[in-house]
Design a binder for this molecule. Structure first.
Ligand code: SAM
Ligand code: SF4
Ligand code: SF4
Length: 342
């Protein structure tokens, strides 16, 4: 880990009264080569940003700005981040500067970019079943054998517990999780199960895919049992389940994405309040954006949120909010994180 960078960033945050963002979600592209039934990016041809992606220099300058502001971590997300051929160069640049880097991927291209993804502090590969038919149904592509082959190749270049398997969970694949956990135990991987939830984008929603009533209890109970059986390998936030049952973000547990998680789009623009809804976007320098009246006004509203936030349970927004809303949860997460790295 990059301790000098972390120490310097911590000092900057302390100086700002812990008011500045601590993480970036960079959607390197909104395009995807899979068709997952629960994901808004899974609709063929829906997004095309080939013409509007930032030229490389603009993204490198953005990463400089993130470091100047003392932002700790950057996630290279998407769509499928490896469909942007520059992604691994951005990872190397952010990593060389000291940022903590992570990337979720569907795994189809990780072998092609094996040396590049080897630089990540955390590589996340999304596999929600080891049953090829169920995988194909859920992820819209009969790609499991190829993805497992790619994963085995990439794992030769990675340290234990620095690769995570992301599993979107509902009742359909709940029974598949013990086999996935065993797979992770054999390879020193982390398994991060996350209950399927609806993800809104610019007001648009897929048909309801959420867990209701007793379904959420069954998923939570199974995950707790799984964690007891595989304590070194399973990572999830137990508090996410009461949060889910409670309907997601609310005034007692507001979303901190606007102030704590910077959303950067493929063209290098910064969007507020979040990656899923834009009230303000800008290509101005980062410090200028966060000092602007528009941004301050939006951030001041995060306590009460907006109508479009109703029912939102998005995992990445939940994680940053958990750290910011509750010192106990932050401490628990830190301990969880350290166990992963031990
Ligand atoms: C949006 S994808 C982007 C990165 C990459 N394409 C991938 O599949 O890993 C990031 C993660 O969100 C998960 N995901 C997508 N839609 C979801 C949903 N409705 N509920 C829970 N997780 C979801 C995916 O399985 C994946 O692990
Ligand atoms: S979960 Fe990832 S791989 Fe699946 S459609 Fe969404 S962005 Fe693509
Ligand atoms: S709750 Fe947060 S992530 Fe969800 S729509 Fe509102 S601002 Fe965006």
């Amino acid at each position: 880990m990059k301790y000098p960078y972390i120490a310097k960033s911590f000092a900057k945050h302390a100086l700002s009264g812990f008011k500045t963002p601590y993480m970036v979600m960079f959607e390197t592209t909104l395009m995807c080569n899979m068709f997952c039934e629960y994901c808004i990016f899974g609709e063929a041809g829906k997004f095309n940003d080939l013409q509007t992606r930032a030229v490389r220099e603009r993204i490198f300058r953005r990463i400089d700005e993130f470091c100047d502001m003392g932002i700790f971590a950057i996630s290279f997300s998407g769509g499928e981040p490896l469909l942007n051929p520059n992604t691994t160069d951005y990872i190397a640049y952010a990593s060389d500067k000291g940022m903590w880097t992570s990337m979720p991927s569907n795994g189809l291209l990780i072998r092609k970019y094996a040396d590049g993804v080897a630089r990540l502090d955390m590589l996340e590969v999304s596999i929600d079943s080891l049953n090829p038919e169920r995988f194909a149904k859920r992820r819209g592509l009969n790609g499991l054998p190829k993805i497992l082959e790619n994963l085995d190749f990439v794992l030769q270049k990675r340290k234990p517990f620095t690769t995570q398997i992301n599993a979107a969970v509902n009742l359909e694949n709940l029974e598949d999780l013990p086999a996935l956990a065993e797979f992770c135990r054999e390879r020193d991987l982390v398994l991060h199960p996350e209950a399927v939830h609806n993800v809104m984008r610019a007001g648009e929603l897929l048909p309801d895919a959420e867990l209701h009533g007793d379904e959420i209890n069954r998923v939570e109970k199974s995950l707790r049992q799984l964690r007891a059986a595989f304590p070194r390998n399973i990572r999830f936030y137990a508090h996410y389940y009461p949060f889910y049952r409670n309907g997601g973000f609310n005034a007692e547990f507001p979303c901190r994405h606007p102030s704590k998680l910077v959303s950067m789009k493929p063209d290098g623009s910064i969007h507020l309040p979040c990656a899923f809804m834009t009230l303000h976007q800008s290509q101005a320098p980062l410090k200028e954006i966060f000092a602007s009246e528009e941004a301050r006004k939006i951030i001041a509203q995060e306590e009460t949120m907006w109508d479009f936030c109703k029912g939102c349970k998005i995992g990445c927004a939940y994680e940053v909010s958990a750290y910011a809303n509750s010192p106990t949860l932050a401490l628990k997460s830190a301990l969880n994180f350290l166990r992963v790295w031990s």
